[in-house]
Write a protein that binds this ligand. Structure first.
Ligand code: NAP
Length: 309
């Protein structure tokens, strides 16, 4: 591994949707080498259209524990944006669970960061993080946050609402469905709240945190527009020029489908996925704005790229 001078920032999950945006943003900082931790460096490198010279790729599995400290050697800061394949649908048979990858992986990375002498740890949590939640996804994020708060390592925790961008799955999934479906199916009442956040805004805050901003703080982070799932779907319809009637699929029906799907092979749906779909993702962003002084992108302008597709 190389470091052309200056500091190294390691990004676990740096090949993922949010991690790529963070890695790209960090790589823009002069004197920074970004080390993307990935289970497959070659595949990860291919996910960056033109990888800048100060981006390097290191093999690491956050569930393995062993070897993580070596991979973090020389890192001044560590960002954790790793999440298991196929999330939020767990597949315990393959070890793809929030407990093992999100909570366990974060704990292992914190220990490795300490061992490697990294001065700062930034964790991408979630708006609904709560260590007492009955939902594994939210509980594991809450427990990972606690592990970090109690680790003695300087930290910054971000709790994003729904994150979107040209490479996301959710908003692009809605836009793709609109191309083919005569009606648009919305999970639950459609009244679940969110503040869609442009991934570049999250990346900008993480880059500031890597420089020391938001020391030992927990920041809810969402876009400036508080909207419902229905509002977001209507905005995507407007921007793509594809109007469809909205059909709401009741939560009870979704849960029944989740229960059945959990009994079948393939892990294509689950009750946990329902919890994700119907969760309230509103954010209190005043502390973030006060600390990071960022102009968050309004959804209508951040989603403009949809019009081109
Ligand atoms: N997307 C959202 O709207 C949103 C909102 C709130 C919070 N979050 C949180 O933000 C984080 C990032 O989400 P995302 O949507 O960017 O996820 P993603 O696109 O699925 O990326 C996750 C990355 O984690 C890496 N990974 C998976 N298992 C790993 C392991 N065992 N060891 C090391 N790396 C592993 C994968 O990289 P390799 O395959 O290269 O190893 C993958 O690129 C997650 O914690 C998620 O819960 C996301």
């Amino acid at each position: 591994m190389t470091n052309a001078g200056g500091r190294i920032v390691a990004v676990a999950g740096g090949s993922g949707f949010i991690g790529r945006a963070i890695a790209r943003r960090l790589a823009e900082s002069a004197g920074t080498t970004v080390r993307v931790l990935t289970r497959n460096p070659e595949r990860a490198r291919a996910r960056f259209a033109a990888a800048p010279g100060n981006l390097e790729f290191a093999a690491a599995d956050v569930t393995a524990g062993a070897g993580l400290a070596e991979v973090l050697a020389g890192a001044a800061a560590v960002v954790n944006a790793a999440q298991f394949d196929g999330y939020p649908i767990e597949n315990p048979a393959r070890g793809l669970t929030f407990e093992r990858v999100d909570y366990g992986g974060t704990v292992a990375l914190i220990a490795a960061a300490r061992a490697a002498g990294a001065g700062r740890f930034i964790y991408i949590s979630g708006a609904a993080a709560n260590e007492n939640s009955a939902v594994a996804a939210f509980r594991c994020k809450g427990r990972a946050e606690r592990a970090l708060r109690e680790s003695g390592v300087d930290f910054a925790i971000f709790r994003p609402s729904l994150v979107y961008g040209p490479e996301d799955r959710v908003v692009n999934g809605i836009a793709k469905a609109l191309k083919f479906a005569p009606v648009m199916i919305v999970p639950g009442s459609g009244r679940q709240r969110m503040q869609p956040l442009l991934v570049d805004d999250l990346a900008a805050c993480v880059a500031l945190a890597a420089d020391g901003r938001g020391r030992n703080g927990i920041f809810e982070i969402g876009g400036p527009d508080l909207m419902t799932f229905d509002d977001l779907t209507r905005l995507v319809m407007e921007l793509t020029g594809r109007q469809r009637p909205l059909i709401h699929l009741p939560e009870a029906a979704l849960r029944a489908a989740g229960r059945i799907a959990e009994l079948l092979p393939g892990a294509w749906f689950s009750r946990d996925a329902v919890d994700f779909l119907v969760a309230d993702n509103a954010c209190a962003i005043a502390p973030l704005l006060a600390e990071f002084k960022i102009a968050l992108t309004p959804a209508r302008s951040g989603l403009k790229y949809l019009a081109a597709n």
